[in-house]
Ligand binder design. Structure first.
Ligand code: HEC
Length: 161
């Protein structure tokens, strides 16, 4: 019984402090960098769902398409300014392999904001029509992907996705 209680306690604490113990979180600005990369990953995941329908690799499904488009817009509407602290770029000490954020972001924060705004506008359009059929996705996915790329080209080390 004692062991079971200990196990439950450990499990509970691990659940409460999931970010405090893992090795991969021990670098400067780990929470902020992980946070912003997670939001980018949500973009990739949801855009991937729309992309594979647009290509025809998965059958069009109006509900999934609508969900994915709304998820993308929801991520874009999050207020994530605290995830981009100055000094959390690839040239900062200890961050070379932890982030792909270029240092020029902080000298061009307004421009980065405009690029984010352009993406948000494209995602708003997508979310209004994604349930109307695969053609509507095909008509809008290019401008969404371009808006991702426009920011990556300037402010991300490599644009692989
Ligand atoms: C306003 C600028 C901007 C926009 C718009 C943008 N990104 Fe990013 N993205 C970045 C930056 C900067 C990074 C590097 C973040 C880091 O490593 O700290 C990044 C990183 C990523 C990553 C890698 C995340 C990781 O785990 O390392 C993916 C995937 C990604 N973006 C996908 C997308 C997709 C898909 C879109 C469009 C739906 C998008 N991004 C729109 C700036 C942007």
């Amino acid at each position: 019984m004692k062991y079971i209680c200990t196990a439950i306690l450990l499990f509970t604490f691990a659940g409460f402090f999931p970010l405090a113990s893992a090795d991969e979180d021990e670098f400067p600005f780990a929470l902020q960098i992980n946070g912003r990369q997670a939001s980018m990953f949500l973009y990739r995941y949801n855009l991937g769902l729309l992309g594979s329908m647009a290509k025809g690799s998965t059958p069009y499904d109006a509900q999934i398409a609508t969900e994915a488009a709304h998820n993308l817009l929801s991520v874009a509407n999050m207020k994530n300014s605290t995830m981009w602290p100055a000094g959390s770029d690839i040239d900062a000490p200890g961050l070379a392999n932890r982030t792909e954020a270029k240092a020029n972001i902080w000298a061009n924060f307004e421009d980065m904001g405009n690029k984010h705004q352009a993406l948000t506008e494209n995602l708003t359009k997508m979310s209004l029509v994604a349930g109307d059929g695969v053609e509507a996705i095909r008509a809008n996915i290019g401008s969404v992907a371009k808006a991702c790329k426009a920011c990556h080209e300037q402010y991300r080390l490599e644009d692989e996705d």
